[in-house]
Structure formats: C-alpha cells, structure tokens
Design a protein around this ligand. Structure first.
Ligand code: 13P
Length: 253
C-alpha cells in the first residue's frame, strides 16, 4: 500500500517566531485530532528546518522537508544548500522541481535529474513536482508535457530508486490562484502519470508510488480531491500557513 501524505509548502513566508507558533499549533491539533496513518510533512524555508524540528521532537508524527536542494554536493556555490547538509540535519524530505523553481530559477529536466540523483544518493526522499501551464492545457498538450517532465527527471532511475520518489502533480494555473483542478481533472492526470510509470517500471512499482495533488487545495475541496483513486494526498501552499485550515485538510484524507 502506498503512503498517504499531506505536505505543506510554506514557500518564502513567515518570520521565525511565526514559524514556531504555526508548528506548535499544527503539532497540537494533529496529536489530538488526526487518526490513521497519514504522513504529514512541513516544508519550511531552510533557516527554519532545525527550529521546527526541535519543536516537533522525535516523537512527533510530523516530518520536515526542504523546498529545494543543489545539484552539487559541496563547494563554491554561494547561497546554495546541499542534500548532504540536509541529510546531516536529519531532514527526510526535499521538494524538487517546483514550478516556481522552474519558472523563476530556470530549472529544467536535465538539472532536475541531477538534483534527484544527489538527493537520493544521500538518502533524502524527493517530492518531485510536475505540472503544466494554462496555455499547454488549452492546447490539450498537458498529458504529453507532464509525461515528458517525468521522463526527463526520473526515467534514468532504476526501479529501486524510483520507488523512493514521491510525485506531486501541480498544474501551474491552479497554484496560488484559488482555481483548483476539478477532482476529475486531478484523477485523470494522476492516472496518466501512474500509467506512464507502469509502462516503464511495471504496474506493481507504479502502484507503490504516492502521487500528491497541489494547487489551491483548501479545507473545502480537499475531501473530494483526496477521494480520487489515484490521488494519495496533497502538496499544500497557502492553506498550509493557517494551522486550523491545514489540519482540516490533513483530516480530509
Ligand atoms: P497553493 O496551495 O497556494 O495554490 O500552492 C500550491 C503549491 O505550489 C504547493 O507546492
């Protein structure tokens, strides 16, 4: 059985004090209210990973994740953070290939293949993002583009490595716009992604991969999205910055 995962992507938000308060609130509510075996991940800005981890402690069922990592392991790359560093801090997850990284920082499939390799080499779990801009969907080329994004960054992996990846489908037109994909649109694309994985790695491997949906997930739409057969959870932006809303999303799975 593949894991159910709800990850919050805080992006570049919150002061340190706000980040600590948000973490404490989420931790308390999750302990009191969340039943079942959903995995919860808080993808914080780099400087908050350790403070947030310290609040969560070792007993919490909530893990932390980074929002990016370098394709290099170490060296003269001012301002960058490596997978080696994240591993040394016991950070288990890292988002790679978010559409904002693709759009504003020029990340492409070739670079992301390298980032994925380095993250896996150091034992991190990549949450690999894919998704199409609006004009690509309007041309009805969204399935082809998402399959190509996955091929470029992941299809060089052997079966054992691929099984460690979490995929997040985030249509660019749904990110931060309040315009979520319908549950049918999400299910259709998740099924296409799983079928594409099955074509290369076999059905059993494809069935073991968690595929998250991201893009304007909120407490009102999460239940319907998470009820889809191939939607295994969510990658949540804006709504993960509000403790009550985020916990309601977690409880929707
Ligand atoms: P929103 O939930 O704010 O649309 O952001 C989604 C996202 O980009 C998560 O990575």
């Amino acid at each position: 059985m593949r894991s159910k995962i709800v990850a919050g992507n805080w992006k570049m938000n919150k002061t340190l004090d706000e980040a600590k308060a948000l973490t404490s609130e989420i931790m308390g509510m999750v302990a009191d209210e969340v039943k079942g075996d959903v995995k919860v991940v808080l993808c914080t800005p780099f400087p908050y990973l350790i403070p947030v981890k310290n609040i969560l402690g070792t007993s919490s069922r909530i893990a932390v994740g980074a929002q990016n990592a370098s394709e290099h392991e170490a060296g003269a790359y001012t301002g960058e953070v490596s997978s080696v560093m994240l591993k040394s801090m016991d950070v288990p997850y890292v988002i790679l290939g978010h559409s904002e990284r693709r759009q504003y920082f020029g990340e492409d499939g070739k670079l992301l293949a390298k980032k994925v390799d380095v993250a896996l080499k150091h034992g991190l779990i990549p949450i690999f993002c894919c998704g199409e801009p609006l004009e690509v969907r309007e041309r009805n080329e969204h399935e082809a583009l998402v399959c190509r994004q996955i091929e470029e960054a992941l299809f060089h992996l052997n079966e054992e490595s691929l099984k460690k990846i979490v995929i997040a489908y985030e249509p660019v037109w749904a990110i931060g716009t309040g315009k979520t994909a319908s549950s049918q649109q999400a299910q259709d694309m998740h099924a296409v992604i799983r079928k594409h994985l099955a074509g290369k790695y076999g059905q059993a491997v494809a069935d073991s991969i968690s595929i998250l949906y991201g893009g304007s997930v909120n407490a009102a739409n999460a239940k319907e999205l998470f009820a889809c057969a191939d939607v295994d959870g969510g990658l949540v932006g804006g709504a993960s910055l509000k403790s009550r809303e985020f916990v309601e999303i977690i409880k929707s799975i």
